[in-house]
Write a protein of this length. Structure first.
Length: 326
């Protein structure tokens, strides 16, 4: 049977872990051994690159190695289960994206609050999506794109890497906020949709800068805006969409660290304190910004608040667009 988010067996297991957390040593001794960092994406992708960069710097601050364990596929279910079922001792952490923590739970038949199952430790990075259009269209700005969509209702095709992903929700948010009729065309991955964007089979796309930069440099696709502010030099000069003709349109993609529910507060605080110190590492910050990613370290509470806020935002869009996973 394919694993599902949030089934009743999970809840029982979580309660048991919360009650009977076992420790090989006192929390004050943490960490006394290497820490496993579970990444719900395949090796080599943008999330994996950021996780490995962060893991090296954070491990140095904690005085222990962070061992990256890639568990891609299944919309993050496998990785999520691994951390939920782990001992609540801070030695198994989840390096999750907004899509894993906010969006995927909203697309399940039975919803449960993620924050009853995972303990937030801290936000690590934020980054906007870039809005790009095919070079086959003479569109150079957000306003021109909106005007084109209004003049050609239903004919502007927006690609995405799949139904229910953050890029898909970005399309639906733009449709709702700008009051335009555009068509979503889902693909099974980023490489094919960017290839078809360059060829003109789809006309527009929201995606992360690293997946787009090569084609932008070759002028096969044209960047016309970003979904939120960024310090990255790779996005310098690109207008924020909310200030370029679509007021109220804004979202980011982000990565954060979570632990098993029931992890002792002193351990959470120790990891967060080390995470905050990574923010002072200029070389680390510069490496991320070169990839279109901003270091945005937060407290556990701030990550919890962000999760709740975005859950409300995307729940509305998913309901309005009637998005369902088959």
């Amino acid at each position: 049977m394919h694993p599902k988010f949030f089934n009743s067996g999970w809840i029982f297991a979580i309660c048991a872990l919360g009650i009977s957390s076992t420790w090989a040593q006192a929390p004050s001794a943490y960490p006394a051994k290497p820490i496993r960092l579970v990444v719900p994406f395949a090796a080599g992708g943008p999330a994996d690159v950021v996780a490995r960069e962060m893991g090296q710097v954070l491990g140095k601050e904690l005085g222990q190695s962070l061992i990256i364990e890639n568990q891609g596929g299944g919309a993050g279910v496998l990785a999520f289960n691994t951390v939920v079922r782990a001992p609540a001792d801070g030695y198994t952490l989840l390096f999750a994206a907004a899509g894993n923590i906010v969006v995927q739970p909203l697309l399940q038949v039975k919803r449960v609050d993620v924050l009853t199952q995972l303990a937030p430790i801290g936000l690590v990075t934020t980054s906007p999506h870039v809005l790009v259009v095919t070079g086959k269209l003479p569109i150079q700005s957000v306003k021109e794109l909106i005007d084109y969509a209004k003049a050609n209702p239903g004919k502007l095709n927006f690609g995405s890497a799949g139904v229910g992903g953050l890029a898909h929700l970005g399309v639906e948010l733009l449709k709702y906020t700008a009051n335009i009729d555009i068509t979503h065309v889902p693909y099974k991955g980023t490489s094919q949709v960017t290839s078809d964007l360059a060829g003109g089979q789809v006309q527009a796309l929201f995606s992360s800068m690293p997946s787009l930069q090569g084609m932008i440099e070759k002028k096969m696709i044209t960047p016309i805006g970003i979904t939120s502010a960024s310090n990255s030099s790779s996005m310098k000069g690109l207008p924020i969409i909310s200030k370029a003709g679509v007021p109220g349109f804004e979202y980011t993609t982000w990565y954060g660290i979570f632990s098993t529910i029931g992890t002792p507060q002193p351990v959470i605080e120790k990891i967060n304190s080390a995470l905050v110190k990574t923010g002072a590492d200029k070389a680390f910050r510069d490496r991320l910004e070169a990839q279109g990613v901003d270091l945005s370290i937060s407290s556990p509470k701030e990550l919890a608040d962000l999760t709740r806020k975005e859950t409300g935002q995307w729940e509305k869009i998913i309901r309005e667009a009637k998005i369902e996973l088959n």
